[in-house]
Design a protein around this ligand. Structure first.
Ligand SMILES: [Zn+2]
Length: 234
């Protein structure tokens, strides 16, 4: 598979794709990163290690949660679960060092293309002006993840954005990995952030599954003990 960036030069290579031989990495203007998360835990699952790494290097990260993940709430408990999950997302983001959060509170498991929602996303992207965007890959089995991908893509098309877009894996592993990020030094923070999602971990220990996936990625790519892989949106 093609390696497009070395881990340490990632900041430089992606922020100045056509001028990467002239600048010094890490000490550039802080980059603005924007993460789209269909549910309150997908951000940490897909790119939590990378988020922590950006923060560690002095960059800025904003996260937008499309839904508050209430589809599996017991009858009459959706509002309460939404509050709990937003609190868990807030604590998880804080663990990674992120406080710039937006909750769009769209209906969980019913996310679909709509012009008003595309307009909302477009407005947020224009306001935040991200250098890089993270969102789920379209090759995902969850319809909300696919819808998020399509909605963000539609918004970007309207703006004609130059943002670099990296698609993360949540449940099905990516088939194509264009970028690999060594997150070994941030894996403890990622696990701590995943641990904040207590309402979900009681059903399935997906934190252990994600740790195993990141370990698998590290072993197979040679990018550290733990690695997050991404598909570049072209
Ligand atoms: Zn999700």
């Amino acid at each position: 598979m093609k390696k497009i960036f070395t881990p340490f030069l990632f900041v430089l290579a992606l922020s100045h794709p056509t001028h990467c031989s002239t600048a010094t990495p890490q000490r550039q203007q802080p980059l603005q990163i924007l993460v789209f998360s269909p549910h309150p835990d997908d951000d940490v699952i897909g790119c939590g290690g990378s988020i922590a790494k950006y923060i560690k290097h002095g960059h800025k990260v904003a996260i937008i949660y499309m839904t508050s993940g209430t589809a599996l709430a017991a009858a009459g408990m959706a509002t309460k679960l939404g509050v709990i999950r937003e609190q868990e997302a807030t604590e998880a983001a804080k663990t990674l060092g992120v406080t710039d959060l937006t909750f769009l509170r769209q209906q969980d498991y019913a996310l679909s293309y709509s012009e008003p929602l595309v307009t909302t996303l477009r407005g947020l992207i224009e306001k935040i002006k991200p250098d890089r965007i993270y969102m789920p890959t379209t090759n995902d089995e969850h319809k909300d993840h696919v819808a998020t991908h399509q909605l963000v893509r539609a918004a970007l098309t309207q703006i004609k954005s130059n943002s670099i877009v990296l698609c993360y894996e949540v449940w099905p592993p990516l088939q194509r990995t264009d970028h690999k990020e060594d997150i070994t030094d941030c894996m403890d923070l990622k696990m701590a952030a995943l641990g904040k999602h207590m309402s979900q971990l009681g059903k399935k220990r997906f934190d252990l599954a994600i740790k195993a996936l990141n370990n698998y990625r590290g072993i197979m790519t040679g990018y550290g003990t733990y690695c997050e892989c991404f598909e570049l949106l072209k």
